[in-house]
Ligand binder design. Structure first.
Ligand SMILES: *[C@@H]1O[C@H](CO)[C@@H](O)[C@H](O)[C@H]1NC(C)=O
Ligand SMILES: *[C@@H]1O[C@H](CO)[C@@H](O)[C@H](O)[C@H]1NC(C)=O
Ligand SMILES: *[C@@H]1O[C@H](CO)[C@@H](O)[C@H](O)[C@H]1NC(C)=O
Ligand SMILES: *[C@@H]1O[C@H](CO)[C@@H](O)[C@H](O)[C@H]1NC(C)=O
Ligand SMILES: *[C@@H]1O[C@H](CO)[C@@H](O)[C@H](O)[C@H]1NC(C)=O
Ligand SMILES: *[C@@H]1O[C@H](CO)[C@@H](O)[C@H](O)[C@H]1NC(C)=O
Ligand SMILES: *[C@@H]1O[C@H](CO)[C@@H](O)[C@H](O)[C@H]1NC(C)=O
Length: 306
């Protein structure tokens, strides 16, 4: 029901956002969108965008890839360009964009809601910029999204429940932001997830006990440096994937033991002990699941005063 409501509200939002703009989009729209982005760039030390001008075909612009069929912009790769600026709403007109990579720049400000129109996005990286504001629920409106990198920014708020609508998502990285509030139990719907990295945020509360149950492909989880509390218990031991083996590091050097061991013991080396955080304020967990065929390492504990 919540999900239906979400879809309805997203449809309405999308209608509202696109109603005024969805005339026919074409290569000129794409060009205009990119020129709008360039106009918002206040520093381009390597002068890479010099060739983004109406004098040159968009096909030859640095960082821009166009599809051969539709002749529309399909990928934008601004990695390592050291650009400073903001992202204009016009970016939402790049309706064929499936790859948006802004890694290692200094873009800041809020992400315009118009980006939610980019339904073809498979890859989003804002990794290492200075974006702020909440991670909006319209991140749930990318049905093809597989990779989401938002690490090293100033995002706040919560991880939106709506993200669970991105059924294809494989990688979520949101390291070093200021995300608060609990891990939403809806994330448990992300059955294709392989990698989850939420280190160094302000996430509180308990980790929902069944959150990882259906994520049979999960390989690595990093939850260090947050404010989780309660019984982390044994969420971690319910992995159904037989080839998985659990390693973990817990900075307070407490050892985990499952309350209810639902995983085949053969697949687990060193069953951990139970742990309940007294100083609920801060502890670290770092978990890595690797295939059993890997004979590397074993469970480690590590002292760390939080
Ligand atoms: C524009 O970018 C293309 C692709 O990198 C490059 O080959 C070309 O020399 C650039 N043109 C100018 C005027 O910088
Ligand atoms: C994006 O650009 C960076 C730097 O120019 C390059 O290393 C990387 O391979 C590019 N990514 C893709 C998918 O082309
Ligand atoms: C990136 O740009 C900033 C100014 O915006 C400058 O201070 C810095 O040195 C630049 N870094 C590199 C690697 O060019
Ligand atoms: C693109 O988007 C902007 C803002 O969202 C809008 O003002 C503009 O009219 C749109 N269309 C074109 C063709 O640029
Ligand atoms: C972020 O990007 C800057 C250059 O723009 C680089 O110096 C810095 O190491 C990057 N930080 C991370 C965490 O990758
Ligand atoms: C985040 O914001 C704080 C102040 O509000 C600032 O000191 C810090 O540099 C910002 N970090 C990033 C990655 O933009
Ligand atoms: C997602 O998870 C929630 C809570 O775990 C559940 O109630 C809901 O039905 C799920 N939605 C979908 C579409 O699977």
């Amino acid at each position: 029901m919540g999900n239906t409501r979400f879809i309805m509200s997203m449809l309405l939002l999308n209608l509202a956002v696109s109603f005024s703009t969805r005339t026919r989009t074409n290569m000129h729209t794409d060009q205009a969108a990119l020129l709008a982005l360039k106009a918002r760039v206040i520093s381009d030390p390597y002068k890479l965008l010099i060739n983004w001008s109406s004098a040159t075909s968009v096909y030859n612009w640095v960082g821009v890839t166009c599809g051969s069929r539709h002749r529309r912009v399909t990928a934008l790769n601004l990695t390592d360009m050291n650009l400073s600026g903001t992202v204009p709403p016009n970016m939402g007109n790049l309706s064929f964009l499936s790859w948006l990579d802004m890694t290692n720049n200094d873009f800041r400000g809020l992400l315009a809601v118009q980006l939610s129109n980019l339904h073809r996005l498979k890859f989003i990286s804002m990794f290492n910029n200075s974006f702020s504001g909440e991670i909006s629920s319209w991140f749930g409106y990318f049905p093809k999204l597989r990779y989401l990198y938002l690490s090293f920014n100033n995002f706040t708020g919560q991880i939106p429940k709506a993200l669970s609508n991105c059924k294809k998502i494989e990688i979520i990285a949101m390291v070093s932001n200021a995300i608060k509030v609990n891990l939403p139990k809806e994330m448990g719907n992300l059955t294709k997830l392989q990698f989850l990295d939420l280190q160094d945020n302000l996430i509180q509360g308990q980790i929902p006990s069944d959150i990882f149950d259906r994520m049979s492909r999960l390989q690595q989880i990093y939850l260090d440096i947050n404010r989780f509390d309660g019984e982390i218990s044994m969420i971690l031991f319910k992995f159904k994937e037989k080839q998985s083996m659990l390693y973990y590091k817990n900075a307070l050097n407490h050892i985990f033991r499952p309350l209810a061991l639902k995983m085949n013991p053969e697949n687990m080396l060193f069953p951990p002990k139970s742990y309940s955080s007294k100083a609920a304020s801060s502890f670290r967990i770092q978990i890595q699941l690797v295939p059993l065929s890997c004979t590397c390492g074993k469970i480690e504990g590590e002292k760390h005063q939080a």
